[in-house]
Design a protein around this ligand. Structure first.
Ligand SMILES: [Zn+2]
Length: 236
């Protein structure tokens, strides 16, 4: 089946999957599964490759819901083409999330990573290099009979490439630098609020950067424009 690659400019609506990396087989890029409950060994069910937990490589998998004109569809981008946006290899980012040092546990770190990814990608425009087969209907093209919207909303594509429109350039911060800033702010917040009488205050309470000081507040005071020109705003 012949395949062609098309470049499609879209705006990102949401994350389809909050997890942006997965344990990856070094041989075939499939997902590795933990062999037992202790997760000391990971194995690829497709090709049989296995390795110890601390040798596992992670790979980016960014699954987005995007819109172009009136068409909404899913695009998933894999691998190192995302490194420029994240600013770190997926294995390095995974270690940052799993890091047990400091006042923030892995679940708070994961929550902050989702926020960092959302702030960096949602509402922004990207150009995706998407592979489509000759016979596949492209949901971003004008639909002659106009009644296939439900089918089009379910359409999913794999993008081999994700590019910022040329005007924007990669001059702002990356997911990694933004995430580290969130971690630092959240850690400071935890340290400030660690009153001896509240030593075991659970971290489930909102972190400063997630909900702000009042329920009605907006994120405007911490809003960053990653990859853009306004990334100084959080550095005040
Ligand atoms: Zn494999």
């Amino acid at each position: 089946m012949s395949v062609r690659r098309v470049l499609v400019g879209c705006a990102v609506l949401s994350l389809q999957d909050a997890c942006v990396f997965y344990p990856c087989c070094k041989a075939c890029f499939s997902r590795l599964d933990a062999e037992d409950r202790d997760a000391l060994r990971y194995r690829c069910s497709r090709c049989g490759y296995w390795c110890l937990k601390d040798q596992v490589d992670y790979r980016y998998r960014l699954s987005l819901r995007v819109v172009r004109d009136t068409s909404i569809f899913g695009v998933t981008v894999f691998g190192n083409s995302l490194n420029p946006f994240f600013g770190i290899h997926a294995s390095g980012l995974q270690r940052l999330v799993e890091n047990l040092e400091g006042p923030l546990g892995p679940s708070a770190r994961s929550t902050l990573l989702v926020k960092a990814v959302e702030d960096c990608f949602l509402g922004r425009h990207f150009i995706f290099g998407i592979k489509v087969s000759r016979t596949e209907r492209e949901p971003w093209l004008e639909d002659p009979d106009g009644n296939e919207s439900s089918r089009r909303e379910r359409a999913q594509f794999v993008a081999s490439q994700m590019i910022l429109p040329t005007a924007s350039g990669l001059t702002g911060c990356t997911v990694h630098s933004y995430y580290q800033r969130l971690l630092q702010k959240a850690s400071e917040h935890v340290a400030e609020s660690s009153d001896p009488s509240k030593t075991f205050r659970p971290l489930a309470s909102p972190l400063l950067l997630i909900s702000g000081p009042s329920p009605n507040s907006t994120f405007s005071d911490v809003t960053l424009f990653p990859f853009g020109l306004l990334s100084q705003s959080i550095l005040r």
